[in-house]
Design a protein around this ligand. Structure first.
Ligand SMILES: NC(=O)c1ccc[n+]([C@@H]2O[C@H](COP(=O)([O-])OP(=O)(O)OC[C@H]3O[C@@H](n4cnc5c(N)ncnc54)[C@H](OP(=O)(O)O)[C@@H]3O)[C@@H](O)[C@H]2O)c1
Length: 300
């Protein structure tokens, strides 16, 4: 594709001030899309350090996924200014690290809001236009955690599985209208996203006597190592998203990293019961798990 060919197409990106969202915004601007790059109000100033500058083709706007009024405002501005949104990239997301027992109902809602409830609301806002023009593209950034679950990541996985389920249903619903629906499934990425991991309010995962202390200790170390050594970067994932945007009929699911491909292969090839037992045996330090006093002391 040559520069200029996308001059009319409008892309809305969430979580655009960091990581994959920022890398994607850079690529989109470089190939002449018109872009609304959104970030939470407190993160908007980051754009000033990104090297990107607002222009006729690039708007920086605030969008908090938990604030549906902010969704409306951004979508309304895109339509009033450019009359269209052709591609919605639901990229923003957060990850809780917590065993099921340590999550509160409010923590669950905090996890679901940016990863599932917010993206679904944005989709509902842009669909009527896409349906009427019988074209458009919804791209939801999921994760390898949207196809497999790991201890201490139950709620994160649940949020991505929810996104996967809804996207799969939407793929069927929108195909007759020419609207493409795509899930990007990255595995571990070499990025600082690890530092953004959330813990349930009041939880001290380092308290050594807590019943789940070894789970947190070993799983955090494993995730950090995998993120340190993987070759995948926010830029490489952004490049895959751009390829998908260019595709006339992209697949529903795009495995965006080598580890995602490997895990899918294992899940496909191995009988389920065997897969779960094998993964359990491979969990780091699993022999230490369950050895702490099983008292009722709350972890937080
Ligand atoms: N990094 C990985 O290893 C990895 C692996 C698989 C999948 N993913 C997925 O890839 C996507 C992008 O992640 P990333 O690696 O680029 O991480 P990142 O650098 O932490 O970016 C996440 C973005 O989401 C934004 N965000 C969080 N909560 C929000 C809210 N309530 N409203 C609006 N924006 C919000 C963040 O804004 P603030 O900075 O203001 O909080 C940030 O800009 C996520 O959906 C993530 O689940 C990442």
């Amino acid at each position: 594709m040559h520069n200029g060919q996308h001059a009319q197409r409008v892309v809305l990106v969430t979580g655009a001030s960091t990581g994959i969202g920022l890398a994607l915004t850079r690529l989109l601007v470089a190939v002449d899309f018109r872009v609304i790059a959104t970030a939470r109000p407190e993160s908007l100033p980051r754009f000033a350090d990104s090297g990107l500058v607002e222009s006729e083709r690039l708007l920086f706007r605030q969008l908090e996924l938990g604030d549906f009024e902010s969704h409306k405002a951004v979508v309304a501005e895109a339509f009033s200014r450019w009359g269209r949104i052709d591609v919605l990239v639901n990229n923003a997301g957060i990850a809780y690290r917590s065993v099921v027992e340590d999550m509160s109902a409010n923590d669950e809602l905090q996890q679901l809001t940016p990863n599932y409830l917010g993206p679904m609301n944005l989709i509902r806002l842009v669909l009527p236009f896409m349906r009427r023009q019988r074209a458009g593209h919804i791209i939801n950034v999921s994760s390898v955690s949207g196809m497999m679950a790991m201890p201490t990541m139950a709620s994160y996985s649940a949020s991505k599985w929810a996104l996967e389920g809804a996207s799969e249903a939407l793929w069927y619903e929108m195909r007759p209208w020419g609207v493409r629906v795509c899930l990007i499934e990255p595995g571990f990425i070499h990025s600082t996203a690890f530092q953004q991991v959330r813990y349930p309010q009041g939880l001290d995962p380092t308290r050594p006597e807590a019943p789940y202390a070894p789970y947190y200790r070993h799983m955090s170390r494993l995730v950090q190592r995998l993120m340190d050594y993987t070759l995948a970067t926010p830029e490489s994932i952004a490049a895959q998203i751009l390829r998908v945007i260019h595709q006339a009929d992209p697949p529903l699911r795009v495995l965006a990293t080598f580890d995602a491909q490997l895990f899918l292969l294992l899940r496909r090839l191995m009988p389920r019961a065997l897969y779960h037992r094998l993964l359990y045996l491979c969990l780091p330090g699993v022999r230490e798990w369950g050895k702490e006093p099983a008292d009722d002391t709350p972890t937080h």
